[in-house]
Unconditional design. Structure first.
Length: 283
């Protein structure tokens, strides 16, 4: 299906992004492809597998490895500074264990944008597919949560999770000339983010990068403003928003396989229910 000038915006949210994975697999089954895809953190990882046309990969990997200490463990945090085994997730798995289809990804004519946060400026840094040298390091940066992940060095600059600076990059998609958007969120309608706690910890951890702490301090304002903008686009019929009806029964970090599968199924089934309305919007 042609979706000219319609962009796909993928929020992150850690394992809440499994909800989005179910929706994207439905899109693949129905041959729904967007010329522009922008993702944050888990949303960026989901988007990469969507563009590489690897149906099921977004749920298969966490479901298989969620209880593997190489994937996530406090021993990782102590040894490497990362709660998640970033090398295991972004190098070992895609290169040796569950191969990522680089050929299909690179040959796709879809524009793909990964959102990260520049630790020096505190601003969002958008990596476009055509300029990405190593996809694994950019996805690692976009997924590196503050406090439980190291900053990622890309060409001499340091980056963290894109959700710090632009959690729902709808404005960026519009700036990149998308006339309409399909936006997948991982929080229900009415959700509002609260101000950050752990301010003293943040000041110590990021004392050399004060803009990161400033960005995290104001993140709730940025996030809630983004939600307001999404609502405005939706009211103008410029956005089709898919989000869970209620809070998902899982945290940003989850070890329960049943919850993972239930969240994936919820996203898939929501997409099925919204199919007719979505196709009307896309047409």
């Amino acid at each position: 299906m042609k979706t000219n000038n319609i962009g796909l915006v993928l929020e992150g949210g850690g394992f809440r992004g499994i909800y989005s994975a179910g929706i994207l697999d439905f899109f693949l089954e129905k041959n729904i492809h967007f010329p522009y895809v922008i993702g944050v953190s888990m949303g960026a990882c989901n988007g990469a597998n969507y563009i590489s046309r690897q149906h099921g990969r977004n749920i298969r990997i966490p479901y298989k490895y969620i209880n593997d200490n190489r994937y996530i463990s406090f021993s990782n945090l102590i040894k490497t500074g990362d709660l998640f085994g970033m090398d295991f997730i972004f190098k070992d798995i895609p290169e040796k264990m569950d191969l990522f289809d680089n050929k299909t990804f690179n040959n796709s004519n879809q524009k793909f944008v990964v959102v990260t946060t520049d630790c020096k400026t505190g601003n969002a840094r958008y990596f476009y597919k055509d300029e990405i040298k190593e996809l694994s390091e950019v996805l690692t940066a976009s997924s590196s949560l503050p406090f439980i992940s190291k900053m990622v060095n890309i060409d001499g600059n340091f980056y963290l999770d894109g959700g710090i600076s632009d959690s729902i990059p709808a404005k960026k998609a519009v700036k990149d000339r998308c006339e309409k958007l399909v936006i997948i969120l991982t929080r229900p309608k009415g959700y509002k983010k609260d101000p950050l706690k752990l301010k003293l910890l943040g000041k110590y951890r990021y004392r050399k990068y004060p803009k990161v702490m400033e960005c995290m301090k104001n993140r709730y304002i940025q996030y809630n403003d983004s939600l307001k903008y999404v609502d405005e686009l939706e009211a103008q019929n410029k956005a089709f928003v898919i989000r869970p009806k209620d809070n998902l029964d899982m945290g940003r970090v989850e070890r329960d396989k049943k919850k993972l599968k239930a969240t994936y199924d919820l996203g898939y089934n929501d997409a099925v229910k919204l199919k007719d309305r979505l196709l009307e919007f896309l047409s």
